[in-house]
Design a binder for this molecule. Sequence first.
Ligand SMILES: Cc1ncc(COP(=O)(O)O)c(C=O)c1O
Length: 404
Amino acid sequence: MEENKDIKLQQITGYDEAYYMPVFGKRVPLVVDHGKGVYLYGTDGKKYMDMIGGIAVNTLGHDNGRLVRAISSQARKVIHCCNYYYNEPQTMLAKKLVEMSFADKVFFANSGAEANEGAIKLARGYWSKKGTPKPKIITAKMSFHGRTLATIAATGQEKFRAPFAPVMPGFEYVPFNDFEAIKNATDAQTGAIMLELIQGESGVHPADFDYIQSVRKFCTQNKILLIIDEVQTGVGRTGTFFAYEQFGIQPDILTLAKGLAGGVPIGAVLANQSAATGFGPGDHGSTFGGNPLACAAALAVLEEIESKNLLSNVQNVSAYLQKKLQSVSKKTKKIAEVRGKGFLLGIELESGSASDVKMKLFEKGFLVSSIGSNVIRIAPPLILTRFQAIKFISALQDVLEGKE
Ligand SMILES: Cc1ncc(COP(=O)(O)O)c(C=O)c1O
């Protein structure tokens, strides 16, 4: 039996090498078979605690009853219809997101990058329609906004742009958490400032409260649109439904994706009434965006977050996790810093390789991601319990102490 499982891994990795573009490099040697709750099961027959949740996507974990029922019953009704017609899940999801947020209008896309493309277009459209085009958008160094050509241009990391030059013009990058830098970069062409509230992909670096407050005030005073990219931080991940709620501000435009439909591809652009005027009929669109299947899934995710009180679960279990991580740090002297909010945490190692720690945790049955050379990121499903959290902590401690 065991032998068969190994054959599956060999077969799939062999085919992957032969047929898949090598953009993911060498992956963790796990062929995922199925999942249940916070666990994934491999074709090797082993059970893994999913502490990365599809990179902040599997909001409800795996095989959630409400989500699976919503997807299958919607699939039986209609999976897709084009945007020539109305579909109820799309409209009801837009209504729900507006009721939950600062926004007055919503547009649905299929991914985080696409949502950000929409936000960038919306900001430029807004100024063009006013008759005073202001194409420049200020973004932060070390930010991450996606992999499409416009979103690599928005991303403040040269390595994502360089091989694909020339990139789209109109972006200026400033150091994160440096308000003066934003002021200095602003000129008459500046139409928008686009920021994450926690820079997830560059090592889980949270924005300072005062920084975001100052940027908001500055945008209002200077009539600049504030775009907040909550592709990774949204949908309860930080313990509030939107991370911006914890910064005492409201953006003009916000993007969501990842966790919104619990694993079914979706993206969303939310905007206040004024910013939403950037799009009129024919200005934007998407074949799949807002399709009934994805929107029905998202509605189920939102219902489950509410009915199961998952935001308080995130707050409670995160506080516990952070406390325990601090004591592991004291005991092992192997952790330099723990950063982040809710269930988006970065554990910066004092020394040693994050990739090695990731692989040792994998061998013990825990899935995490490593960022750069020294940060372990966790982004588990919002259903993670204290009991599960402590299992992870004790495995991490063992790994850091070099126990087998
Ligand atoms: C903040 C942020 N924006 C945008 C994206 C891109 O999302 P997607 O991979 O769905 O295109 C990501 C993905 O990691 C992200 O973290």
